[in-house]
Design a binder for this molecule. Structure first.
Ligand code: FES
Length: 137
């Protein structure tokens, strides 16, 4: 991990270091797990504020146990399920209309007549989980 990333996390209160007499940063061994947690939490889409709130639930007076980490990861279940569903929609929709409003595929004009999906909000609405309108025949 880049030293700049560690400094960034430290500046935001996600990890702590101690300084040597020469002014170098040293991290406790348990910090490696906190850093891994931060990296994967970011991959799941948690903001740094959310990550800090989660890490604040860990004990500060001792090295967190497996039970502490397990309790913390329970908050990830819903996010993991959301990400899996999102990635599955992404995989399934790569060659299909995604409801983004571009109308660039020949199937778009059928699946999104007059760009009606735009009324649901910006972005690729079908990838975001919006229902496809039923096509009248
Ligand atoms: S792919 Fe953009 S509206 Fe169909």
């Amino acid at each position: 991990m880049a030293a700049s990333a560690l400094r960034f996390y430290e500046a935001r209160g996600l990890i702590r270091s101690v300084r040597t007499p020469a002014g170098h940063r040293r991290y406790e061994r348990a910090t490696a797990r906190r850093v891994a947690f931060i990296v994967f939490a970011q991959r799941l889409g948690f903001t740094l504020e959310e990550i800090r709130a989660q890490l604040d639930r860990l004990p500060r007076d001792r090295v967190p146990t497996g039970e502490d980490w397990s309790r913390l990861s329970e908050t990830w279940q819903a996010r993991v399920e959301e990400r899996i569903a999102e990635l599955e929609r992404l995989r399934a929709g790569l060659s299909e209309c995604i409801g983004c409003g571009c109308l660039s595929l020949d199937r778009c004009s059928i699946l999104n007549p007059d760009d009606r999906v735009a009324a649901h909000g910006p972005g690729p609405r079908y990838w975001l989980g919006d229902e496809r309108p039923t096509v009248e025949t």
